[in-house]
Design a protein around this ligand. Structure first.
Ligand code: OAD
Length: 249
């Protein structure tokens, strides 16, 4: 009787269209704190209280202090085995799609192709107003940022992280690409608590279009009971094991 990983590997070998959606848990082994786990100094704030346009309007210095600390932490982090496997799967001959909610860019650093970034990047800034020229994100990898809060180089007003905050619309191009990727044969959700929409909805979209749905997560989530295959484990352990099965003759 084959185990869950062998069953999944057999299916993956037999199909062409595979999509993987990732969340903060995929970067946990790299040292990036997850949002809903224990998070040191920021434990008393919920992401919903800091990552919003209202929070930024009320106290931009507090919101920027949170982002500046995350940028400093993430600048020291390198992609882990989960990022490496997904990057390999994204390249030819497979060309599988990776959709991420993460803003740390570790998937990019690992060399992932066809990456859909639903929530933007922590390493891009945007004019908070926005002025005409500052409406297009610009890269800024400085750690620490000086000044902090940083300013828009075009109008001198406040800059903000080019990430999607609660209550804001996702980029239509990214949404469209993620929705297209939900038309697939196997849809894998890993490292996400599956509670933040619209990202969490792509799993259901994939299921309704006939995909085999899989979750890889050490802890149960709202998705665990509804997926076809729930694998309890860490992404950086499970994904390399699946990859090894795929490579086996
Ligand atoms: P969460 O912090 O909500 O959830 C992280 C998930 O990763 C949890 O379900 C953990 O059980 C799981 N996890 C932890 N370690 C893991 C590991 N080694 N391997 C696999 N899974 C592991 O993070 P997200 O679901 O990404 O939004 O959060 C979704 C969105 O909420 C984020 O993109 C962000 C946040 O507020 C915005 O910034 C708009």
């Amino acid at each position: 009787m084959p185990g869950a990983l062998e069953t999944l590997a057999d299916r993956l070998r037999a199909v062409r269209r595979v999509s993987v959606i990732t969340g903060a848990g995929v970067s946990a082994a790299s040292g990036v704190p997850t949002f809903r786990g224990p998070d040191g100094l920021w434990r008393r704030y919920r992401p919903e209280d800091l990552a919003t346009p209202d929070a930024f309007a009320r106290d931009p210095a507090l919101v920027w202090a949170w982002y500046a600390e995350r940028r400093a932490t993430i600048a020291r982090c390198r992609p882990n085995a989960a990022h490496a496997v997904l990057a390999g799967w994204s390249r030819p001959p497979r060309g599988w799609t990776v959709i991420t909610q993460n803003v740390d860019d570790l998937h990019l650093e690992a060399g992932t192709e066809r990456l859909v970034r639903l929530h933007g990047s922590l390493w891009d800034l945007l004019c908070a107003r926005p002025c005409r020229s500052g409406a297009t994100p610009w890269p800024d990898r400085r750690v620490p940022l000086a000044p902090c809060p940083p300013v828009c180089p075009h109008c001198g007003g406040l800059a903000r992280p080019a990430v999607v905050w609660f209550g804001e619309a996702l980029d239509p191009g990214a949404l469209q690409a993620a929705s297209a990727a939900a038309s697939c044969d196997v849809f894998i959700a890993t490292g996400t608590s599956a509670v933040v929409y619209p990202a969490a909805g792509f799993l259901h979209e994939a299921a309704s279009r006939g995909a085999l749905t899989v979750e890889i997560n050490p802890d149960p989530t709202p998705a665990t009971a509804v997926v076809d295959l729930a694998i309890a484990g860490a992404a950086e352990d499970v994904l390399p094991r699946i990859d090894a099965l795929l490579r086996a003759p």
